[in-house]
Design a protein around this ligand. Structure first.
Ligand SMILES: CC(=O)SCCNC(=O)CCNC(=O)[C@H](O)C(C)(C)COP(=O)(O)OP(=O)(O)OC[C@H]1O[C@@H](n2cnc3c(N)ncnc32)[C@H](O)[C@@H]1OP(=O)(O)O
Length: 397
């Protein structure tokens, strides 16, 4: 107490200190110099809280592109958030988040996304829980019978070093069909999706294996206990999806397939002839979304119906978003200030929660956090927000 905390940019020369601070707050022991490299923060905007020369807090925002319905938006992928245990609960994170949002607004990034270590932290900063994800486990000790006829075109294993080239275009098509994910560049593929070892989420597993179909792929790792761990799976049709799951469930000397972080509308539980063979182990909150620029984000996505709404938005951290907005959905979406009477009143966080179509506004009305002034407005907004496939992100950061 009593010391002055200064919020300023963290120079590249302090990236090693950021990795050390992250290890301290997340209770992680670094096993190799490669892990200390901090490649994600090197490409990020880095905001630090300095107590004299000591780094007491940090936030990193990686400039990325997020798939939203019908568009790709510049976004800040927020990570490496931490404050020293000696400096907690003095408003350090709050100051850093405000600075980070100001940077994002200045850079013209309408949205920010993050994975939260705890669900209680980010609502106060205007983030809403925009996607959920499930964990699946397949008992592959016996053949996996599927009700969907698999696409029988041949599968081939490719070298992970050349995978980005082969998988990249298929992944981009998947993002256009299903919002919520990040556009991956070569480094993201190589170091984020396909690193040789993954001590954090798959300790003791092999290097990644990449199996490619003409219209889909799966990245997976295996271990000697007979577990196949799915890292990423993309299929352009259900028949291709069936072919990939059948392959994963039929690898010799393995007896279970585990897939963490899959979309909530995953087909496999419905495809299985014996539903007991595919168990949903976990259903949990996934990505938190922040609309940095509410009118910009609303006008940028595509909408399922043509309608108009007056939304009264509350945002105590980004005041430019506050107030009443007339949203016209349909083929030429627009969002402008209005003095009209609101159909709905909601926080920027709850607007973010519904933005990708993964949460229903009508649900939030029933919960009591969104106020419906015009009867039926929430249901109409849900119809406009609707997406054919549930939003989903499979990028770790
Ligand atoms: C995207 C990511 O990287 S997620 C990772 C987040 N980091 C971690 O979990 C690492 C361990 N934790 C920490 O480093 C810190 O406790 C942080 C970063 C979560 C919070 O930093 P602080 O500087 O203590 O937060 P700050 O003082 O600004 O808190 C502001 C408010 O949020 C609340 N808050 C902060 N963290 C939490 C939490 N984990 N749970 C509940 N409330 C919290 C505070 O109580 C405070 O509320 P108030 O305004 O009503 O008093």
């Amino acid at each position: 107490m009593g010391t002055v905390i200064e919020i300023r940019e963290i120079p590249e020369s302090d990236v090693g200190r950021m990795v050390d601070l992250a290890c301290l707050v997340f209770h992680v022991r670094i096993e190799s110099e490669q892990e200390r490299d901090g490649w994600r923060v090197r490409r990020a905007e880095r905001i630090g809280a300095y107590d004299g020369e000591a780094l007491a807090g940090q936030v990193a925002a990686i400039p990325m592109r997020l798939a939203v319905p019908g568009a790709f938006l510049d976004c800040s992928a927020v990570t490496y958030v931490g404050v020293l245990p000696t400096h907690r609960r003095r408003g350090v994170l709050t100051s850093m988040m405000d600075r980070m949002h100001a940077y994002a607004a200045a850079a013209g990034r309408p949205v920010a996304v993050l994975w939260a270590s705890q669900g209680a932290i980010y609502g106060r900063y205007g983030y809403g829980l925009a996607t959920r994800a499930i964990t699946l486990e397949v008992d592959s000790s016996r053949p996996l019978e599927l009700r969907t006829v698999p696409d029988e075109r041949p599968l081939r294993l490719v070298d992970p070093d050349s995978a980005a080239e082969v998988l990249g275009p298929m992944h981009m098509r998947a993002l256009a069909a299903r919002p919520g994910g990040l556009v991956r560049d070569d480094e993201w593929w190589r170091r984020g999706i396909l690193p040789a070892a993954d001590p954090e989420t798959a300790p003791g597993f092999t290097e990644p294996r990449v199996v490619v179909h003409p219209a889909g792929y799966a990245v997976y790792r295996t271990n000697e206990e007979g577990t196949v761990r799915v890292v990423d799976l993309v299929a352009e049709t259900p028949a291709v999806e069936a072919a990939l799951w059948r392959y994963l469930a039929s690898i010799d000397l393995t007896r279970r397939v585990q897939a963490t972080n899959r979309p909530v509308d995953e087909l496999l539980p419905h495809m299985a002839a014996d539903p007991d063979q595919v168990v949903i182990k976990n259903d949990a909150g996934a990505i938190w979304l922040r609309l940095i620029d509410v009118p910009g984000a609303l006008a940028a996505r595509s909408w399922a119906t043509a309608d108009t709404f007056v939304l009264e938005v509350r945002d105590d951290r980004v005041p430019a978003n506050e107030g009443r907005w007339r949203l016209a959905t349909g083929t030429a979406p627009a969002c402008d200030r209005t003095a009209g009477e609101p159909d709905l009143t909601l926080s920027a966080a709850d607007l973010a929660a519904v933005y990708l179509g993964g949460t229903r506004a009508a649900t939030l009305v029933r919960v009591g956090v969104v106020t419906e002034h015009t009867p039926g407005a929430a249901a109409r907004l849900d119809a406009a927000l609707a997406v054919p496939l549930a939003p989903y992100m499979n990028d770790d950061f």
